[in-house]
Design a protein around this ligand. Structure first.
Ligand SMILES: Cc1cc2nc3c(=O)[nH]c(=O)nc-3n(C[C@H](O)[C@H](O)[C@H](O)COP(=O)(O)OP(=O)(O)OC[C@H]3O[C@@H](n4cnc5c(N)ncnc54)[C@H](O)[C@@H]3O)c2cc1C
Length: 430
């Protein structure tokens, strides 16, 4: 496919972009590879940003790979440089340092931008979002001065910040618009478990509320909720979601719809432009709808697929969506993506339950489609294999399902995962 290609450019040097650059080399691409990254730091992992905020000596910019790897792999890393435009007619990549690169293929790995709240006081000092290492340093310095901390939005990042701040002894309140934090991704039963964990640790929770205004003069001092209540705040973390950074793609005429629209090979509507990571809206053989997946593992895997395609060794992205989160020293993990109509089964006789652990499964038409657990890595690895077999072993899956799946009629409030599942799950461990 790419025998004549000589220069591939990656826009965005993070999980997806770096995985793509290295994957090109792994798949034998011999031409030039350039990664253009707007940030000035050696590409780093983002997950530690919300978990190390109160560490004595936080390492906020843990490199994705050591610096020497870029030279070894002949990847030209342009840090502190922003791509301003892609010019389709000439396949030019216009940089903000006045240079222009010619590209045979471009990968858009531009990620997402945190949403802010358009309410009075949003510009006060101390009302912050958390996306990059600079944000993390600012937030860590504020947390060191003490609380109260108000977290607006009970998503993964918000709850991780709440957990570390509470563990450091700060007064913490989480204000969530929905009925429970994380109810969207985890469903009511598991979201309640996570909520209980936070309440048990002393985090105050306000649900079904929005922010009317941030109060203060110069510095934030409070959060006025739509209920009229004012929460005292020395720092406010706004974690209300993100928007995909599609600006370059749109200007280059690439089809965008809640992200950059790609196929399973990360190809966009414009043949020389691909997209991967948080910005990409991709179909998936195991999911009912295409969509963006905002998790580290997915970004790396999509990036690796894009790199292989750019190197002329195309393969589709099929890896099961996976995420993890760490709160109060516990690890929450999930494979797959349930739909609202899926049957949910909570394993009740769980030996890890005494320590706040749990394990839950979702089934659809008697087939395992997703699993989530707290402190249950072994069982989740096994569940992953079973979920993936559904797609890859169509002929044999009926047997697997018959033997392993809980009945779809099971009442989720009282159900146990049948012993057959547990036995087979153990034997399915990779
Ligand atoms: C605080 C935090 C904690 C997280 N914790 C977890 C976790 O525990 N588990 C998990 O699974 N996921 C976690 N994530 C999510 C995970 O980090 C993301 O899914 C992942 O970073 C996405 O990678 P990406 O390469 O697609 O995009 P990003 O990481 O968003 O990187 C995009 C890059 O593109 C650059 N860029 C954008 N436009 C341009 C341009 N025009 N020119 C040059 N460069 C440009 C940006 O500077 C940025 O560096 C966390 C994220 C954050 C912020």
């Amino acid at each position: 496919m790419d025998g004549t290609a000589r220069h591939h450019v990656v826009v965005g040097g993070s999980a997806a972009g770096i995985a793509a650059a290295l994957s090109m080399r792994q798949h034998g691409f011999q031409g030039e590879v350039t990664v253009v990254e707007a940030g000035g730091e050696l590409p780093y992992e983002r997950p530690p940003l919300s978990k190390a905020l109160t560490d004595a000596d936080p390492a906020f910019a843990q490199p994705i790979v050591p610096e020497s790897v870029y030279a070894e792999q002949r990847v030209d890393l342009r840090l502190g440089t922003r791509v301003l435009a892609l010019e389709p007619a000439s396949r030019a990549v216009v940089l903000d340092d006045g240079r222009t690169l010619h590209a045979d293929r471009v990968l858009l790995a531009t990620g997402v931008v945190p949403l802010t709240l358009p309410v009075p006081g949003a510009g006060l000092t101390g009302v912050v979002t958390l996306r990059d290492a600079r944000d993390a340093r600012v937030l860590a310095a504020r947390l060191r001065r003490g609380g109260p901390l108000v977290v607006v939005g009970g998503g993964f990042i918000g709850l991780e910040v709440a957990a570390v701040a509470r563990e450091a002894g700060l007064d913490v309140t989480v204000a969530e618009r929905g009925a429970l934090p994380l109810e969207g991704p985890l469903g009511t039963v598991l979201a309640q478990r996570v909520t209980d964990l936070h309440r048990g640790a002393g985090v105050r929770l306000r649900t079904g509320v929005s922010v009317a205004a941030f109060t203060g003069s110069g510095e934030v001092s409070g959060v006025r909720l739509t209920t009229g209540e004012v929460l005292a705040a020395a720092t406010v973390v706004v974690g209300v979601g993100v928007r995909p950074d599609t600006s370059l793609a749109e200007r280059a005429g690439v089809r965008c719809d809640r992200g950059v629209v790609v196929d399973q090979y990360c190809r966009t509507s414009v043949p020389w432009i691909l997209a991967a990571g948080d910005v990409a809206n991709q179909p998936h053989p195991l999911l009912t709808a295409r969509g963006r997946i905002e998790h580290w593992d997915n970004a790396q895997r999509q990036g690796a697929v894009a790199g292989a395609v750019m190197a002329g060794a195309p393969r589709p992205h099929t890896a099961l969506p996976y995420f993890y989160s760490e709160q109060y020293g516990m690890t929450l993990q999930m494979y797959g993506r349930p739909c609202p109509d899926d049957e949910f089964v909570l394993r009740r006789d769980d030996p890890a339950a005494a320590d706040g652990g749990f394990l839950g499964f979702w089934t659809r038409r008697n087939t395992l489609v997703a699993a989530a657990g707290m402190n249950r890595p072994g069982d989740l690895r096994a569940a992953r294999v079973l979920i993936e077999r559904r797609a890859t072993r169509r002929r044999r899956q009926n047997n697997i399902q018959a033997a392993l799946m809980p009945s779809p009629q099971v009442d989720p409030r009282t159900a146990r995962v049948p012993r057959a599942f547990r036995t087979a799950a153990s034997s399915a461990r990779p």
